[in-house]
Design a protein around this ligand. Structure first.
Ligand code: ZN
Ligand code: ZN
Length: 378
């Protein structure tokens, strides 16, 4: 109504589910078809365009690491550019938006017809290549921090990981430690972990799967397996994106995620021996609850079982998102845990780089959107 629409018209529009934001994205004929008067259409069309949806902004920034896809220089301020110009499309589709630095943004808008190298097609291609590179770097980074001197994988979901490896066509025989494990009889030809009775000790008398003399070769084999999976996966490291608005977009159902943070572990079943020693791992902070249930039987050492994955610990969780529920009391994420580790290099750092100029590091998306508009030209 503030825009000059009469109350009956405003009510009718509101009932049809149309918002001011979506009205602003329409062209003149769409507005007139909805029954908006010519005068109101003029006002809407002359107003500043609506901000890009926070979900789309967060995806673009995450996938680009807030780095220009043309020069890939991390210390430059970046903006979100419309490949085909806002005036033409009046839409903010992720595929039509690209993160670039100010210098390359100027070039993208330059009118030098012959030397206009940054055409929408070229930019789209550079964006796609840079996003692919970011995925590869993320995988290398996770493998890197898991190789720190005190790093240790404490738990593997063996069957799940083997299934994923098989789907990725990773041959168990190509992995380090496979032949030693075969020789010892602790894995099958298909690479599955065997619950072996060693020197008269049966599984139900063992405290954890790796107990016994083959602990190290089992661990070596599984470490090489998980590193291979990580290298071939698109993993969203949510450690520095622990905000409801961001997680809804970055960690949907089916996404592979990595998270470093303070987790709590709680026993769900009694008995210190044999399979089915169920435990819950959870992290609750800032209205977000991330949780999973795992079998502590599959721990890789006795200290993993008794210390590292009990009580409250800074843990590194690698898992598959199963459900995401946006409840009134907060966001609840259930994952199928594939592996956990401790002692990894700390990745919980304040965000670096110029993107802080957008208020990204310390403001919510709602606060940030108006700032963003100042930086976008179109
Ligand atoms: Zn650039
Ligand atoms: Zn632009």
């Amino acid at each position: 109504m503030a825009r000059g629409c009469d109350s009956a018209g405003a009510e009718a529009l509101a009932k049809s589910g149309v918002t001011v934001t979506s009205l602003k994205q329409m062209d003149r004929s769409q507005l007139l078809n909805l029954g908006v008067t010519t005068a109101v259409a003029d006002i809407l069309l002359s107003e500043k365009r609506p901000p890009i949806q926070p979900a789309i902004v967060s995806q673009l920034l995450f996938k680009s690491k807030m780095i220009c896809c043309v020069c890939r220089e991390s210390n430059k301020s970046v903006i979100i550019h419309h490949l085909n110009g806002w005036a033409k499309t009046r839409k903010h589709d992720e595929k039509d938006l690209v993160v670039i630095c100010l210098q390359h943004h100027d070039e993208a808008h330059s009118q030098k017809a012959l030397s206009q190298n940054l055409t929408p097609a070229v930019l789209r291609d550079l964006k796609q290549k840079w996003e692919q590179r970011v995925v590869e770097q993320d995988a290398q980074a996770i493998v890197g921090i898991s190789n720190a001197s005190y790093a240790h994988w404490d738990y593997f979901n063996h069957n799940r990981l083997l299934k994923i490896a098989s789907a990725m066509h990773i041959a168990p025989s190509s992995l380090e430690g496979f032949y030693e494990c075969r020789a010892a009889g602790v894995v099958t030809n298909d690479g599955l972990m065997v619950e072996l009775d060693e020197s008269g000790v049966t599984n139900k008398d063992k405290y954890y799967l790796y107990e016994g003399e083959y602990l190290l070769i089992r661990y070596h084999y599984m470490t090489s397996l998980i590193e291979e999976i990580i290298k071939r996966s698109i993993i969203v490291d949510i450690t520095n994106h622990w905000k409801k608005e961001e997680l809804v977009t970055l960690a949907p159902e089916g996404a592979l995620i990595f998270c470093q943070g303070a987790f709590n572990f709680k026993r769900l079943s009694k008995g210190p021996k044999g399979p089915q020693q169920l435990r819950r791992g959870y992290r609750r902070a800032e209205g977000i609850d991330l949780q999973f249930v795992f079998d502590a039987w599959e721990c890789t050492s006795s200290s993993s079982k008794s210390d590292r994955l009990s009580g409250r610990t800074v843990a590194n969780i690698f898992g598959l998102v199963q459900t995401v529920e946006d409840k009134s009391k907060g966001l609840s994420i259930h994952i199928s845990c594939l592996a956990t580790g401790t002692g990894f290099t700390n990745v919980r750092e304040p965000r670096l780089g110029r993107y802080q100029s957008f208020g990204y590091a310390d403001a919510s998306f709602a606060e940030m959107s108006p700032d963003l508009e100042d930086f976008e030209t179109d």
